[in-house]
Design a protein. Structure first.
Length: 163
């Protein structure tokens, strides 16, 4: 939707102007874009880009693709960084652009495991220290990626007898 179409659409619908909260609060700005504008809302994007959750939701549900302006916030949250990679990027985070995204994912055993399984479809060595702290996830991870067993034993995350 281009700006002219958006403005004409607003004029036809007699859209109420945004409140100060809708211009500054990420959640309210997101819902204003969805429920009032019905699409992309450039005036509210600065507020939305401050929140990992709302930036991810805006990229996925409003833009329908990658949103570089929101990636700095998204990359700080393990959950949202994983979801953005899986649902928006449809693959691994570009390492050169946002190394902090994978670093955030690697801090979480759950999201690190899911990133390896669902996005990388292979080992995620940066996330293995966190994954190893959760016995159930470690078991699933090693079942899916048995080539990691020796390295895990050498790091002390797996008993040698379990090889």
């Amino acid at each position: 939707m281009n700006t002219t179409d958006r403005i004409l659409g607003e004029a036809k619908r007699k859209v109420s102007p945004p409140t100060e909260e809708e211009l500054t609060d990420p959640r309210r700005a997101y819902y204003y874009a969805i429920n009032v504008i019905g699409g992309r809302w450039p005036e509210g994007e600065a507020a939305i880009a401050m929140s990992p959750t709302w930036a991810y939701s805006y990229a996925r549900n409003v833009i329908g693709g990658r949103w570089p302006e929101g990636e700095a916030a998204i990359a700080k949250s393990p959950n949202d960084a994983y979801s953005y990679a899986k649902e928006v990027l449809k693959g691994r985070w570009p390492e050169a652009e946002r190394p902090e995204a994978e670093a955030a994912i690697a801090t979480s055993s759950w999201w690190g495991y899911r990133y390896a399984r669902d996005v990388l479809k292979g080992r995620f060595p940066e996330g293995e220290p966190a994954i190893a702290t959760e016995p159930r996830l470690a078991k699933y991870y090693l079942k899916q990626f048995p080539e990691a067993r020796l390295e895990w034993a050498m790091n002390g995350w797996l008993d040698w007898l379990d090889l």
